[in-house]
Every structure is written in C-alpha cells, then in structure tokens.
Ligand binder design. Structure first.
Ligand code: BYC
Ligand code: FE
Ligand code: FE
Length: 470
C-alpha cells in the first residue's frame, strides 16, 4: 500500500485506524503539536495561502501534489516507505539476520535516544527560522522557507509515530517533551549544539539549509540502514523531502554570490556594500561558521557510542551497500588525533571511528557545494574562491574542541585566535550589515537587491507566480 489515507484525522499509510490505542494516543498529541506550531512556528503567517507541496503517496515518482494551503491545515501525517517484505540486517554483529519489526529489549534505550535526538532537531529548526518570513527577499523564497518548515514538522511526526508505537509510556513522555524544549532557551534547550544557534537572517538560513540540513541527509542515510525496519523505512521517505531543503541552501547562496559578482563587475574597485550587495569575504565567514558548527553534529571522532550503534545494527554507514564488507571488525581508521598539543597519527578501531566515517562522506558532499558556488565566481570572472573550513576549525565537540585552529587546520594559540577570529567568523558588524539588508519584498516576481532571482520557479510555475498570498 503506497496510497495515503487522507480521510483520517491523521493522514497515514500505516493503517492507523486498525490500532485504536495508538490512534488515540497520537490524536491526543496532535492538538499539542498544533499548539506548538502556533506558538513556536512561523506564527504571523498562519492565515495565509501558501503554494506548498504535500505528500500524497510514497512512490518515488509522483509522490507530491502542489496547491495553496494554510500552514496549520497542512496534512502532517505518517508516511513510511512501504514494507517490502523481509529485509536482512546489512551490517554489524547481526549481519544477515532478519531485520527487526519490534525493538529488541537490550537495545531499547540506545534506540530511543537516537530517535529522540533525530526528532529534536526537526522542531528546533522551525523555531530557529520562525521570524525569517518577515524579511523574505521574495515570495518565492518565503514559500521555500515555509515548505522547509512544514516538512520539518512532518519529520517530527515521523519520529513521534515511532516513539508512540514502539516505546510505550516513556515514548509518549519523550514525544511530549519534544514540544517543550525550545531552541536557544538556556533552561530548556534543544539537544544538539547547532540547533540552539540563532538563525536570524537569510544568509544564515541558506547556510543552515546547505550545511545543517545536509547533516540531516547523512544521519538519515545512516539510520535508513538500521536493523530496526520501521526506522529505516521512515528515514528513507524523509530523504526524498530533504533534497529540496539542501537545494534551497545551495541555490540561495549561489544567487547571493551571483548578485555580488554582478555588482563587483558593474562597480569595479568599489565597496559592494555601497550598492547593497553582500561582500564575498563576509559570505565566507558565514560559511565558516555554519559549516564548522554542523561538523560538530557528527559527534566525537572517537566514540564508543558510535561503535555500539554500529555493532548492534542500530545505525550504519551512509550507502552501506557500497562497502565490500559490513562488519568493520579488525579494521582501523588512521586519523590525526590531538594529544598534548600535537597532532599524532593513530589507528583507531573502525567501529569507534564511525562518526568520522560519516563526517568524511558529509565533507565530500559539502565540498561539491562549494565548487558549485565557485563556478558563479568563475562565470563572472571574479577571482575570489570560497573554501570549506578544515574539520579542526572552530569545533566545540570532540577531539579538537577547546583548542584553536585556523581554517586550514593549522594549530594556533589563543592570542592569535583572538586577534584573527574576526577574519574568519561573522563579526557584529557583519551581522548588523546583513540585518540592514533584510527588508521584506512581497511583489510577485521582485527580489531584494542582494540576491539574484532563481533560474526557474517551483513546479514549473513562473518566477513571478504568487507563491504566497499575503
Ligand atoms: N551537540 O560519543 P559522542 C537533521 C554529545 S540533523 C551536543 O561523539 P554520539 C535536521 C553526545 O550526545 C540530523 N551534544 O556522541 C537538520 C554524547 O552525550 P552523552 C540529526 C553532542 O552519540 C536540519 C556526548 O556528546 N540526527 O535531521 O556518537 C533541520 C559524547 O559524544 C553533540 C542525528 O543526530 C553535539 N553536536 O554522536 C532539521 C542522528 N555531539 O552520552 C533537521 C541521531 C555529540 O555524554 N543522533 N554530543 O550524554 C546520533 O546519531 C548521535 O546522537 C550523534 C552524536 C551523532 C548526534
Ligand atoms: Fe528534517
Ligand atoms: Fe531538512
């Protein structure tokens, strides 16, 4: 069954109606969710019609439908890639055994923790982005922001379904706490670092969707390998939505860069700020900040948690199929470790290095994005080239946290860091300048002066389509 039953209060393709107890529990959570959305989501736009895509099936083709929806009426629901018959566990100590339809008792706590951590990021991102529509550079961009927001809301639903269905009372408690924590609240913060960082302007938003949503992609890829089949299938469907989020970041940044290059060519040797564009060096500092913060999301380089998750079959590697063997036993990962202020090469048992293995794949993918942005500079004959920061730069989690490295990864002392960090990370002046540019543009087809229009509209609509009816 791939069709989604929309006649239900909670749209789903998991035959929710046949499990009355679960259905009731989720129907009790639903109003709390809507309350949360109205309080912590993009509050001031709840009465507006937005041209959104809604999932209508989980088939790879034709899974979505576009139309005007008011965000609180968005059909948040539960969609899993359908059960495809018996699946075998693809890695770890249980390699080759049947995938689990239920949670094995011995792994219950680890699995709940993984699901809660994944779940927590989804509402956090909506909270971080809640005021951005007030400064949207166009209706097209405003619509993309809302699309990302409603889908992150749905990702929360996906994880809450797993908590309610498979974790009993403590699952329901966790589901309720997911609506209580708040991004950036010192007393009750979200779980992971980046999800408590303010994201207050559109340059930050595009960096976030580029680098932080991309962490989502890789974490979901590794959870899509999970021996716990319902989690694997949930994550596979989430990945189809995730692609759009990264598209928003990738192309949003490219359009800003394109606009700056245009201004540079129109007014050579002048400060682009005079013409309301964003200097490339400033963009680079935002990239360094969000890229390095997102690198923290993979956890410590050497981690017994990651070894446990892999051994037990809870969390694999991205694209596990591509590996020649799936036990990762008696193998080593040679990494540079930071010992008493010096870098030393060390062999780490592969399973303990799984966070780093995933981070490697993520970095490779992110670097492709940087190349894409550099092509904007090349096309405009502008010499500047963007760089992805070294993985040691500006880390707050893991091996390199608490020490100082420049964007090339060279160790520096604290005094050097203090004098030079304004070259590398957004300064108060940078943020104030970007903020001064953030003025809402709401005429269909018009764009703020600091960003170029996109190449095409959404779902074959023209660029000047009224994506949000204000
Ligand atoms: N911030 O052994 P370690 C997404 C903690 S994004 C704060 O290395 P582990 C999305 C760690 O919890 C994808 N704390 O940890 C994107 C542990 O705590 P305890 C989200 C951190 O467990 C945009 C301690 O440090 N999904 O979907 O191997 C928009 C030791 O660390 C952080 C997932 O994350 C941090 N950055 O790795 C919307 C997948 N890093 O035990 C959505 C599920 C580590 O000392 N989560 N710690 O209390 C996981 O797989 C793992 O929890 C992590 C951490 C990879 C995050
Ligand atoms: Fe998500
Ligand atoms: Fe996302």
């Amino acid at each position: 069954m791939t069709g989604i039953d929309y006649s239900q209060k909670i749209p789903n393709n998991v035959d929710l109606a046949s499990d009355k107890k679960l259905q009731r529990a989720l129907e009790r959570w639903q109003p709390d969710y809507i309350e949360w959305w109205k309080e912590a989501g993009p509050t001031d736009f709840n009465t507006k019609d937005v041209y959104l895509r809604t999932a209508i099936s989980v088939d790879r083709d034709g899974w979505a439908q576009f139309g005007y929806v008011k965000m609180p009426d968005y059909r948040w629901g539960i969609f899993l890639t359908p059960y495809e018959g018996e699946r075998k566990i693809g890695f770890g100590d249980h390699f080759g055994e049947d995938a689990w339809m239920q949670v094995p008792g011995e792994y219950r706590n680890w699995l709940r923790r993984l699901i809660v951590t994944q779940a927590d990021t989804e509402p956090a991102s909506v909270e971080q982005q809640r005021l951005l529509a007030h400064t949207a550079p166009s209706l097209y961009d405003m619509r993309n922001l809302f699309q990302v927001n409603v889908e992150e809301g749905r990702h929360l639903w996906a994880m809450v379904y797993l908590l309610h269905t498979y974790f009993g009372k403590d699952g329901r408690e966790e589901a309720s706490e997911l609506l209580d924590r708040r991004s950036g609240n010192p007393d009750h913060p979200r779980i992971l670092t980046t999800f408590n960082e303010p994201c207050e302007d559109w340059l930050a938003f595009f960096c976030f969707t580029m680098f932080t949503d991309r962490d989502g992609k890789f974490q979901l890829l590794s959870l899509a390998e999970s021996a716990f089949d319902p989690l694997a299938r949930t994550c596979r469907f989430m990945l189809t939505e995730e692609a759009h989020h990264m598209f928003v970041g990738q192309t949003g940044m490219a359009r800003i860069i394109k606009r700056t290059c245009e201004v540079m060519n129109e007014h050579p040797d002048e400060d682009v700020q005079k013409y309301g564009a964003i200097p490339l060096e400033l963009i680079q500092r935002y990239i360094y900040f969000w890229a390095s913060s997102s690198l923290d999301l993979f956890g410590a380089e050497v981690s017994s948690n990651s070894a446990n998750f892999f051994s037990s079959g809870l969390k694999g590697r991205a694209y596990e199929d591509k590996y020649e063997e799936h036990l990762a036993q008696d193998q080593f990962y040679v990494m540079e470790r930071w010992k008493d202020g010096a870098l030393v090469n060390e062999e780490v048992p592969m399973r303990n290095a799984m966070n780093e293995v995933l981070r490697d794949a993520y970095i490779k993918d992110s670097e492709k994005g940087i190349e894409y942005w550099n092509r904007e500079c090349e096309k405009a004959d502008v010499e500047f080239r963007f760089e992805y920061p070294h993985r040691r730069f500006h880390r707050t989690i893991g091996e390199f946290a608490g020490s100082f490295f420049d964007p090339e990864g060279v160790a520096i002392d604290e005094a050097t860091w203090n004098t030079r960090q304004s070259e590398w990370l957004p300064t108060e002046a940078d943020k104030a300048y970007v903020k001064s540019l953030m003025q809402k543009v709401t005429e269909p087809g018009r764009f703020a002066g600091w960003i170029a229009p996109p190449l095409r509209g959404i779902n074959s609509q023209p660029i000047e389509f009224e994506y949000v009816r204000l």
